[in-house]
Design a protein. Structure first.
Length: 464
C-alpha cells in the first residue's frame, strides 16, 4: 500500500503524484481517476431530484432544470471544497478531495414539502435551512459535543426507514401509478436490483464501484423493451442552455423550514464524519478543526446556491470518501477534472431529459438497497458506541418518541403548535429528542471523550 503524504510534489512521477494533494499528473492518468469519482456518484446525485420532481408533479422541462442545476452546483461545490476561500479567520472549503452531490438524507423532508407546496416549497425550506449548517460550521468548536454517535446513528436509521418507503413505491411503479405493483414494473425492478447486486458482488474495479450506474443503464434498457420509456421530449429539447438563478420562486413555510433545519443538522454530522474519514484513511491523522468547519461551511454555501438555482441541497458524498479510502488517490487535480465533467453536463439539456426519462421501477430497483444501507450504517454507528445501560435508555427514549410517536398526525393533534412542528417529522423529532436525551443522561467524562472520537472517525460510513 502506498503511503500518502501532504507535501511537495517536486521530482515525483505522474503515478506518484496521484497520492499527493498537489501536483498535476498528465491528463491520460488523471482524467480516468477523476471520472471514476463522477461515475460513482452520478446516479446517486440525480436520483433524489428525480424523486422530488415526481412527487411535486413537475413537468419534464422543470425536471430538467433541476437536473442541470444539480449537476452544475455539484461541480462548483466540489471545486470550493478542493480550493477553499478564506474570509477573515474562516475558511470556506476543506482543501480535501471531496466530491459534492445531492444527499438522499434530504429526500423524506423534501418529499413532504413537495407534496404540500411543490418545488418552490422545497427550495424555500432548503434555502433558509442552510443557515443552520452555516451556524454549525462557524461554531463547530463549541457544538460538536452535542452530536454523539447515538444521535447520528438514530437519525440515520429513521432516514433509512423513511427512504425504504420511497424505494418501495418506486419499485412498484411510483406512488399513485395506475399500474402500481404490476408484473411488468416488478420484473423491471427486480431485474435492475439483481444486476446491481451481481455487479457489486462479482464486479472488479470501476464496474464494482459504479454498480448503481451500470444497473440504471441496463435497467433502462430493459424498461425500454417493456415500452416504459418516454423519449418524446428529448428531440424537442435544445442541445445547450445556461442554468439561470431563480427558475422557481421559493416559498417559505415555518413547518418546512424547521424540518429542513433539523435535517441540515444531521447532514452536518455526516460531513464531519466524512472529513475525518478522508484524513484518517489518506493521511493517517485526525481532521483539523479548520478542515472540518471549512467542509461544513462549503456544504452550507453550496446548499444555498443550489436552492437559488432550482436544485436540491448537496453535501459531501460518502461513496467518494470510500473510493479515497480504498485507492488512496487524493490528488486534487484528478478530482478537479471530475468536477469539470459535472459542470459540462450542467449545460446539456438533452442529457438531462435522458435522465428524466428513467422509469420509476428502474430507480426503485437500483436504489432500494442504498436506502437499506443508510439504515444499516446507523445501526453500525450505534453498535460502535456500545449498548451500555445508559445508551439503551437514551435510544429507548429517542426511538419511542422519534419513531413510535412522531409522524402520526392523529396522535399529535392536541400538541401545542411549536411542538407539533417538531413531531410532524420523524427525522426532526428523532434528532432533537436524541440530543436532549443525551444531555439529560450524560456519560462519564472519560466515556464521553471516547464517544466524541467515535463520532468523528466513524460517521463517514453514512451514505448519500
Amino acid at each position: 500500500m502506498k503511503k500518502v503524504k501532504n507535501n511537495s510534489t517536486s521530482g515525483l512521477s505522474d503515478e506518484q503524484m496521484l497520492y499527493q494533494l498537489e501536483g498535476r499528473p498528465r491528463l491520460s492518468i488523471a482524467f480516468p481517476m477523476g471520472l471514476q469519482h463522477v461515475l460513482a456518484m452520478f446516479a446517486g446525485n440525480l436520483a433524489p431530484m428525480l424523486i422530488i420532481a415526481a412527487i411535486a408533479k413537475a413537468t419534464p422541462a422543470e425536471t430538467v432544470i433541476m437536473i442541470q442545476a444539480g449537476m452544475l452546483i455539484s461541480g462548483l461545490a466540489t471545486l470550493l471544497q478542493l480550493y477553499p476561500i478564506k474570509i477573515g479567520r474562516f475558511q470556506i472549503g476543506s482543501g480535501l478531495p471531496f466530491v459534492m452531490g445531492t444527499s438522499f438524507a434530504f429526500v423524506p423532508t423534501a418529499s413532504a414539502a413537495a407534496a404540500a407546496g411543490g418545488i418552490p416549497a422545497v427550495l424555500g425550506g432548503a434555502l433558509v435551512g442552510s443557515l443552520a449548517e452555516g451556524v454549525i460550521g462557524v461554531f463547530y468548536k463549541y457544538l460538536k459535543r452535542l452530536f454523539t454517535p447515538l444521535v447520528i446513528g438514530s437519525a440515520l436509521i429513521v432516514i433509512g426507514l423513511n427512504l425504504l418507503g420511497v424505494g418501495r413505491d418506486y419499485f412498484a411503479g411510483g406512488a399513485g401509478a395506475k399500474d402500481y405493483g404490476s408484473w411488468q414494473n416488478l420484473t423491471i425492478a427486480f431485474a435492475t436490483f439483481l444486476i446491481v447486486l451481481v455487479l457489486q458482488r462479482f464486479g472488479k474495479g470501476i464496474v464494482k464501484t459504479a454498480a448503481l450506474l451500470f444497473g440504471l443503464i441496463l435497467g433502462y434498457g430493459i424498461a425500454f423493451l417493456f415500452g416504459k420509456v418516454d423519449l418524446s421530449a428529448i428531440g424537442a429539447s435544445s442541445w445547450a442552455t445556461i442554468p439561470r438563478p431563480l427558475p422557481f420562486i421559493p416559498t417559505f413555510n415555518a413547518q418546512t423550514i424547521i424540518s429542513f433545519v433539523i435535517i441540515y443538522i444531521t447532514v452536518s454530522m455526516e460531513t464531519i464524519g466524512n472529513t475525518s474519514g478522508i484524513t484518517i484513511a489518506a493521511f493517517d491523522r485526525q481532521a483539523t478543526e479548520k478542515e472540518t468547519s471549512g467542509a461544513i461551511l462549503a456544504d452550507a454555501l453550496g446548499c444555498a446556491v443550489a436552492s437559488l438555482f432550482g436544485a436540491m441541497p448537496n453535501t459531501a458524498f460518502g461513496q467518494n470518501v470510500g473510493i479515497v479510502s480504498m485507492t488512496k488517490v487524493v490528488n486534487k487535480w484528478c478530482i478537479t477534472l471530475g468536477a469539470g465533467v459535472l459542470i459540462v453536463c450542467g449545460f446539456l439539456p438533452k442529457l438531462g431529459y435522458i435522465f428524466a426519462s428513467i422509469p420509476a421501477p428502474v430507480l426503485g430497483g437500483a436504489l432500494i438497497s442504498v436506502f437499506a444501507m443508510i439504515t444499516l450504517n446507523g445501526i453500525k454507528l450505534l453498535a460502535q458506541a456500545g449498548f451500555s445501560e445508559r445508551n439503551i435508555t437514551v435510544l429507548g427514549i429517542t426511538f419511542a418518541l422519534g419513531i413510535g410517536f412522531a409522524g402520526h398526525a392523529d396522535a399529535i393533534v392536541g400538541l401545542p403548535t411549536w411542538l407539533k412542528f417538531i413531531f410532524e417529522d420523524s427525522i426532526a423529532a428523532t434528532t432533537i429528542v436524541g440530543i436532549l436525551a443525551n444531555l439529560i443522561f450524560p456519560e462519564h467524562k472519560k466515556v464521553a471523550r471516547t464517544d466524541e472520537k467515535v463520532t468523528e472517525v466513524t460517521a463517514h460510513t453514512a451514505a448519500h
